[in-house]
Structure formats: C-alpha cells, structure tokens
Ligand binder design. Structure first.
Ligand SMILES: Cc1cc2nc3c(=O)[nH]c(=O)nc-3n(C[C@H](O)[C@H](O)[C@H](O)COP(=O)(O)O)c2cc1C
Length: 276
C-alpha cells in the first residue's frame, strides 16, 4: 500500500518517530512517502492510499503549525491514522483531533494512539518532570520503538483504535487545551538572550519554524510570532536563550538536546529537503 506520512517536530522526537515508522512500514512491504508539514504543508499526494500524521502533544492538542493545516488537509485517500507523542500526558488529544478531522475534512480516522518520548520542557513553573539524562533518554526511546512497532503492525493489519476515551483524560485534555496558549504567552514574555553566552552564530534564527528570530549585528532579535516550540531554547549550542533569568541555571533547567546526537544538523537539513 502507498502510505503518506506528515509530521511536525520541534526538537526531533517526532521526526525520529516518523522515520522509524517509515522503516517499519517499509519492512512490512509498504511504500512510504514522508514529509515535514512545517516545510511542505498538508497537501497529500493523489496516489497515496493511506494517510498518517505524527505530532508532539502540546497542552493536550497539536502544535499550532500542524493544527492550522489539519483542517485544510487536501487528499484523495479517505483513511487516516494519528500518532502523537508526549512526555507524560496526552489526555484525549488524538480523539479530539479524530472528531475534528472527520467533521471538517470528512476523512475516516481509524487509528488513534500515542507513544511516550523524552520531555523537552524544563522552564520556570513547569520543571517537575525533568528532561532525561542520556541513559534514561535511551531507555525511553527503546521502549517507544517497541510500542511504535506494535502500532505500525496494527495499522498494517487494518485494526482500529481510538485512545483517550476515559473521563480523566477528557477532563485533563479539555483543561490543558483551554489554558496552554495563556501559559505560553506568559513564558514568551520572559524570553531573552544571555549576552555573555551568545556568540552570534545565528543557529536559533535558522532553526525557528516560524521565522521569528533575526540576527542584527550578531545579536538575537525576537519578533512577535513565537509559538513556544522551545527549539531555540533547547538547541542553542551555548544555552544562551533564556526563559527568565532563572534558566541561566542549566542544572536546574535542563535543555533537551534532541532525539539525535546531531539534532541541530538533522533539523536544519530536514527543513530544506523536499519529501521523498
Ligand atoms: C509547548 C509544549 C507543550 C507540551 N505539552 C505537553 C503535554 O501537554 N503533555 C506531555 O506529555 N508533553 C508535552 N510536551 C512535551 C512534548 O510533547 C514531548 O517532549 C515530545 O516528545 C516532543 O517532540 P518533538 O521533539 O518532536 O517536538 C510539550 C512540549 C512543548 C514544547
């Protein structure tokens, strides 16, 4: 079958997951087209028979760049699966988007699930679930790969699943969805650059998915389009981007250096290459 996967990833976890899923589907005999929604949008190819979205859970919903596109999906195929990933809690995210996509786009979302991947948020007032150290990160990813393999097998066999029906998940999801933008706005107001650490390399500006960062005389200038993906904060090579003065303390506020050893390079390359 021709499967087409779209994904959005801030710090590489979803990118890692979407590529591992591609390999699994290919081993199961499928042809897979994979592309980055941040770069290519949500227009699926006419020849694709089964559509998939991989996304990180943000406040029990999809990140804005993909949520915007999801209700504008253009596709000939009528069947879709949604695979999220989170660090701890997704609530009813997949189910919420299943309903939304079925109502607005008319696709049948037959499979909804998620896997757990490493946390990428350690900021003031949200610092209790730590960004994992290398060994813990490896263990989380090994477990995630097992789960992803089972999910891909299910999809290959045409099984159906809709995770997120329990009342606790629904209530938690609803609460998070209604508060998360407010929380991001509070954090965004405190974004700054540590002048002593910043070497003016401009990597933050190249990484930003919404072109919100520019460099002026080797100094970082923030615009007003930040979506709080934390890519710049986490992946700055010198940890010069701050969310409040407290985040100068790197032991207390750990940065997540991404799913790969060379996450910055992989994300920058992924922003350029067209889907294969
Ligand atoms: C703005 C933001 C909000 C997040 N909200 C949640 C959440 O509600 N629940 C959760 O378990 N993880 C949450 N996370 C953690 C990510 O979902 C998780 O680390 C994910 O694997 C990151 O994937 P990525 O590297 O592809 O962006 C959030 C991360 C960010 C940046």
């Amino acid at each position: 079958m021709k499967i087409e996967i779209k994904y959005f990833s801030s710090t590489g976890n979803t990118l890692w997951m979407a590529h591992r899923a591609t390999e699994i589907f290919e081993r199961l005999g499928h042809e897979v087209i994979i592309s980055n929604a941040e770069r290519d949008g949500m227009e699926y190819r006419d020849e694709s028979e089964l559509l998939g979205i991989f996304y990180p859970v943000w406040g029990s919903t999809m990140p804005d760049p993909i949520a915007y596109h999801v209700t504008r999906i253009k596709a000939s195929a009528r069947k879709m699966f949604l695979i999220g990933n989170c660090a701890l809690f997704t609530g009813d995210t997949g189910l919420y988007w299943k309903k939304h996509i079925e109502e607005t786009v008319g696709l049948y979302v037959f499979y909804v699930d998620h896997v757990v991947l490493p946390m990428n948020v350690n900021v003031p007032n949200f610092n209790w679930l730590k960004v994992p150290h290398a060994r813990k990160k490896e263990a989380i990813m090994a477990k995630a790969l097992k789960r992803l393999t089972a999910i891909c097998r299910d999809i290959h066999l045409g099984k159906t699943k809709s995770r997120g029906h329990n009342p606790f998940g629904k209530l938690g999801g609803w609460l998070q969805r209604n508060r998360h933008h407010w929380a991001y706005a509070c954090w965004i107001k405190t974004m700054a650059t540590d002048r002593d650490r910043c070497n003016g390399c401009g990597i933050c500006s190249q990484l930003c998915p919404v072109d919100n960062i520019s460099m002026l005389d080797e100094k970082v200038v923030f615009g007003h389009k930040c979506i709080f993906c934390l890519r710049c904060y986490n992946l700055c090579p010198t940890n010069a981007l701050l969310i409040g003065e407290g985040t100068k303390n790197e032991a207390r506020y750990r940065r997540y250096k991404g799913a790969f050893k060379n996450t910055v390079k992989i994300i920058l390359e992924d922003k350029k290459i067209k889907g294969r």
